[in-house]
Design a protein around this ligand. Structure first.
Ligand SMILES: Cc1cc2nc3c(=O)[nH]c(=O)nc-3n(C[C@H](O)[C@H](O)[C@H](O)COP(=O)(O)OP(=O)(O)OC[C@H]3O[C@@H](n4cnc5c(N)ncnc54)[C@H](O)[C@@H]3O)c2cc1C
Length: 438
């Protein structure tokens, strides 16, 4: 009988699903996927479209795994027992799955803000969110939120957090006809990606879609009411200054944190995420990590593009290695390596006038950087790039994104910037004109 290397992947989200799709066809690997979510893998980036009622859940499903992959959904891995070579994974249904190579693709958990009234300790059930309060991470969150909104005559929602997630959720709720307030602690929306000018345009667009936006406001607590069934339901959100917003629904969109509990308990090195090298290897060479749970070169991406890039590199590595550990090619010259992803954030908000936004790299200039900006607030257009020496280091494009391809490519490839003769009078302005200087 031919020996097959047993690869076990924990987590069937965007990275895990992509990895097993590529590994299933490799003859000397026997691949098992353990996924806690009971449904087929889906494109998490499109959850807001499902919440908005624009796509049905089946539409955002990812292609299924290759034949031969054993997929166990609705199963949570609760412990990893590592041995000298390989080990085993213990699951919440009591089963044990032995591995030669283990891949952690456990993603992120939503950050729950320190807001009074958020949790009720229940002796039998542990911590529980009040009725009407939802995180925005999974399809189940999304469908439960959509159902709750559907069941109310005039639903009112408060979205806490004005980053990419909060903005997407607020827009989606407004599209469903929910009266929506977006409460954001920072100076302006999506401040991780945008500067003040772009944040202002985004705010204007959301307001036009019917979302009431509050910035520089911290949520202090939730007011809840206990019904006849003993369940607490949210009734209002209170701001730090005492202002009270009555509501039936609250969406928590306060960021994410890598899901590293299993790795930490197994004694793997964890910083912000599970620390991996260029072969996506953790501190145990038989255990790899990819996607939101992984930290590579000090970077936690939390974005779909890098998760997929990492899955692709790891698939190449695992496919290239032989069935025996001694045949692993990881250190050989020419073996696939993950060297980081230059990730672009894009957001499209549908509406009467669609709103497109792309941001990448360092969008605030350093002391010696040059900045080129074009703005036309009458049509909601804004373009800015930050240039260091002859390299593009970051940019924000809002409105017409015809230049995004060329500008983003120039940044992603870290090319030296072309300076065409026609642009000699304004050497950098050509970056922001229609073809982005290509
Ligand atoms: C609403 C929303 C909008 C987003 N929008 C964007 C966007 O516009 N652009 C962008 O680049 N990124 C976006 N992201 C982020 C992007 O979805 C993630 O970066 C990506 O999903 C990461 O893939 P992953 O496989 O690492 O994690 P996930 O897709 O989260 O998958 C992890 C899976 O592992 C499972 N799991 C965890 N622990 C266990 C365990 N112990 N046992 C079994 N299974 C386990 C989880 O249940 C989950 O199914 C968005 C995320 C959300 C939630």
């Amino acid at each position: 009988m031919t020996f097959k290397r047993r690869v076990v992947v924990i987590g069937g989200g965007m990275a895990g699903a992509r990895l097993v799709r590529r590994l299933g066809a490799v003859p000397h690997l026997s691949v098992t996927l353990l996924g806690e979510e009971p449904r087929p893998a889906y494109n998490r980036v499109l959850l807001a479209e499902v919440l908005a009622g624009r796509y049905r859940p089946e539409v955002v499903e990812l292609p299924g795994p290759a034949d031969g992959v054993e997929v166990r959904r609705g199963v949570r891995a609760v412990r990893i027992d590592r041995a000298e070579h390989g080990g085993r994974v213990v699951c919440d249904d009591g089963s044990e799955v032995p591995y030669d190579t283990l891949v952690l693709a456990t993603g992120s958990n939503p950050v729950l803000p320190p807001v009074r009234g958020l949790f009720e300790e229940r002796r039998s059930e542990g911590r529980e969110l009040p009725e009407g309060v939802y995180a925005f991470r999974t399809m189940d969150d999304c469908l439960a939120l959509a159902d709750a909104a559907e069941g109310l005559a005039t639903p009112r929602a408060v979205v806490i957090g004005g980053g990419l997630l909060g903005v997407s959720a607020a827009r989606a709720l407004a599209a469903r006809g929910v009266r929506t307030v977006l409460a954001h602690q920072g100076e302006h929306l999506m401040e991780r990606q945008l500067d003040q000018a772009a944040g202002k345009l985004l705010r204007r667009h959301l307001t036009g879609l019917g979302v009431e936006v509050h910035t520089k406001c911290r949520v202090r607590g939730l007011t809840t009411e206990t019904g006849d069934d003993g369940r607490r339901a949210v009734r209002a959100v209170t701001m730090a200054d005492g202002y009270r917003l009555d509501c039936d629904l609250v969406v928590l969109a306060c960021g994410v944190r890598p899901r590293v509990g299993l790795a930490r308990a197994a004694g793997l090195v964890v910083a912000g995420g599970v620390v991996v090298d260029d072969q996506l290897r953790t501190s145990d060479p038989d255990v790899h990590a990819v996607g939101d749970c992984a930290e590579h070169a000090g970077v936690l991406y939390g974005l779909a593009g890098p998760a997929q890039d990492q899955a692709d590199v790891l698939a190449g590595l695992l496919a290239a290695e032989g069935p025996e550990r001694a045949e692993r090619p990881e250190d050989a010259a020419g073996a696939p390596r993950y060297t980081g992803t230059r990730a672009l954030t894009r957001l499209t908000l549908a509406g009467p006038g669609p709103f497109d936004l792309a941001a990448f790299g360092e969008t605030e200039p350093g002391p010696t950087d040059e900045v080129v900006q074009l703005a036309d607030h009458t049509v909601g257009a804004y373009r800015k790039v930050v240039v260091r020496g002859d390299r593009l280091v970051g940019g924000i494009l809002v409105g017409d994104l015809s230049a995004v391809g060329a500008v983003a490519r120039s940044w992603a490839d870290d090319e030296s910037l072309p300076v065409p003769e026609a642009a000699a009078g304004a050497p950098l302005l050509h970056l922001l004109t229609h073809d982005g200087g290509s």
